[in-house]
Write a protein that binds this ligand. Structure first.
Ligand SMILES: Cc1ncc(COP(=O)(O)O)c(C=O)c1O
Length: 416
C-alpha cells in the first residue's frame, strides 16, 4: 500500500492545478478587455449614463428566462435588494440556512429583522424543509434558501410551506448559477433569486450581484432600493428608503462579457464533478453530494463529507494528508454555523443596542443563538472537506484528486 505523502511517501501530484490568468482561475480574456475599454473610452463609468449595466440586466434576464434582472455591487447587495423589495422590516423574522456566507445574513440584520436558522440535511448541507416549517413564527416574513456549493435546495416543499403561511421565498443562488431543480433553474422558483459576481463565483466582475424576478412590482421596488429609492422619472423624488447599490459600467462591461461563457462553465464543472463522484462513491466513508433524480448541481466547489470516526483521524489531519498529495482543499468550510459567529451569538450588531437581536420593541423578545441550535449543521461542518472546483480542470486533474483520496482512505482504513 503506498504511503501517504504526509507520512513520507511520494505525492500523487506535484504539478499545480490549472488556473488561467495566474492565480485567478477565471475565464477573463479579450472579450472582457474590449468591453471595459469601450467604457473607459466613453468616459461613462456610471450606469445612469452608460448602457453596459442595462444591457447586462436585459441579457441576464433573458438568459434566466425571467422578466427582470437588477444588477448591483455584490451578492450581499443583491440579497439586501430583494429583502428591501419584499419589505422585510423590524418586527419580522426571516428563516434561512446556518451554513452559508455571512452575505446571506447581513441584509436580514440591516433590515432590522431576525435571522432564524433551520437545520440542514446531512447529505446536501442545505436547509431541511421539515425544520423550516418548525421555525415559522407569526412574525416570519420570508424564507431565504441557500443553494450551497451549487446544490439545489429541495424547493417543492419550501414553496408549499411558503404558500401555506403566506411567505416570500428569496433564493440565494450566489453559488448556484444554472443549477437545476426538477426542470427549473434555481433563482426562478421563488419570488426572487439572487446571484453574486464575486471573484470566486462561476462568473465574475470582481464583485457584483444580480437580483431576478418575474414580478413587476417587486422589480420596480428592487430597482428603487438599489438606487437610493430615487424615482428618476420624477425629478428628485425619493419614494422609499434605499441604498446606493448601483453596479458600475466597468463591472457591467465585464459581466456582459462573462455571461456568454456561463453555460459552458457550468456544463464543464458538472461533467468533471460527475467524473470525481463516480470514483469516490466507491470509497467507504466519503460522501460526495448525492445524486438526486431531476436535480443538477452546478458545483461552485466540490464538498465531501468525511466520516472521520471510521478513519480515526481529525478533519485537519485528513485535509493535511490530501494537501500533502498535492490536492488543494479546505477543512470545515466556514468552521461553525453562522449563528455562532460574533455578530449573532454575541449580538455584535449596532454597537451597544444589539438591535435587532435585543432591545427590539417590534419583535418583542430577545433572540438567543447557541451551540446545539442546528445539530446537523454543526456536525457536518466538522466533517467537510471542500475541494476548489474549476472549469479548467482536465480529466487527469480529476483523476489525480480521486487517486489521492483513494490512497488516503485506503491508508487510514487499514491503520485505524
Ligand atoms: C451563498 C452565498 N450567499 C451570499 C454571498 C455574498 O456574495 P458577495 O460576496 O458577492 O457579497 C456569497 C458569496 O460569498 C455566498 O457564497
Amino acid at each position: 500500500m503506498p504511503l501517504p505523502a504526509k507520512y513520507g511517501g511520494k505525492p500523487v501530484r506535484t504539478k499545480p492545478f490549472p488556473t488561467v490568468n495566474d492565480i485567478s482561475g477565471r475565464a477573463i480574456g479579450d472579450a472582457e478587455i474590449k468591453e471595459v475599454l469601450e467604457v473607459l473610452k466613453s468616459g461613462k463609468l456610471n450606469r445612469v449614463y452608460g448602457d453596459k449595466v442595462r444591457s447586462f440586466e436585459a441579457k441576464f434576464a433573458e438568459f434566466m428566462g425571467v422578466k427582470h434582472a437588477i444588477a448591483s455591487t455584490s451578492g450581499t447587495a443583491a440579497i439586501h435588494i430583494a429583502l428591501g423589495a419584499i419589505g422585510v422590516s423590524p418586527g419580522h423574522d426571516v428563516i434561512t440556512a446556518p451554513i452559508t456566507d455571512m452575505g446571506t445574513i447581513i441584509p436580514i440584520l440591516f433590515q432590522g429583522a431576525i435571522p432564524l436558522f433551520a437545520d440542514v440535511t446531512e447529505d446536501t448541507f442545505n436547509i431541511d424543509p421539515r425544520y423550516v416549517e418548525k421555525r415559522i413564527t407569526n412574525k416570519t416574513h420570508a424564507i431565504v434558501p441557500v443553494h450551497l456549493f451549487g446544490m439545489p435546495v429541495d424547493m417543492d416543499p419550501i414553496m408549499e410551506i411558503a404558500e401555506k403561511y403566506g411567505l416570500y421565498v428569496i433564493e440565494d443562488c450566489a453559488q448556484a448559477y444554472l443549477a437545476e431543480y426538477k426542470g427549473k433553474v434555481v433563482g426562478t422558483i421563488g419570488h426572487m433569486g439572487c446571484f453574486s459576481l464575486q471573484q470566486s463565483k462561476h462568473i465574475t466582475a470582481g464583485d457584483g450581484g444580480v437580483t431576478i424576478t418575474n414580478d413587476d412590482e417587486l422589480a420596480r421596488r428592487a430597482a428603487l432600493f438599489a438606487d437610493k429609492g430615487w424615482d428618476r422619472k420624477r425629478g428628485r423624488e425619493y419614494v422609499m428608503l434605499g441604498l446606493n447599490y448601483r453596479m458600475t459600467e466597468l463591472q457591467g462591461a465585464v459581466a456582459l462579457a462573462q455571461l456568454p461563457k456561463l453555460k459552458w462553465i457550468v456544463e464543464k464543472r458538472r461533467k468533471l464533478a460527475e467524473r470525481l463522484t463516480e470514483q469516490i462513491e466507491e470509497l467507504e466513508g466519503l460522501n460526495p453530494l448525492p445524486r438526486i433524480r431531476g436535480v443538477k448541481p452546478s458545483y461552485w466547489q466540490y464538498p465531501i463529507r468525511v466520516e472521520l470516526d471510521r478513519f480515526k483521524v481529525t478533519l485537519d489531519e485528513f485535509a493535511e494528508a490530501l494537501k500533502a498529495e498535492g490536492i488543494p482543499c479546505g477543512a470545515g468550510y466556514i468552521g461553525e454555523p453562522l449563528y455562532l459567529k460574533k455578530p449573532l451569538k454575541e449580538r455584535k450588531t449596532f454597537m451597544k443596542t444589539s438591535f435587532p437581536l435585543a432591545n427590539n420593541p417590534f419583535y418583542g423578545r430577545n433572540v438567543e443563538y447557541y451551540e446545539g441550535l442546528c445539530p446537523t449543521a454543526e456536525r457536518v461542518l466538522r466533517q467537510l472537506v471542500v475541494i476548489p472546483w474549476n472549469e479548467f480542470y482536465t480529466k487527469d486533474d480529476v483523476d489525480d484528486i480521486a487517486e489521492a483520496l483513494r490512497k488516503i482512505v485506503n491508508y487510514y482504513t487499514s491503520h485505524r
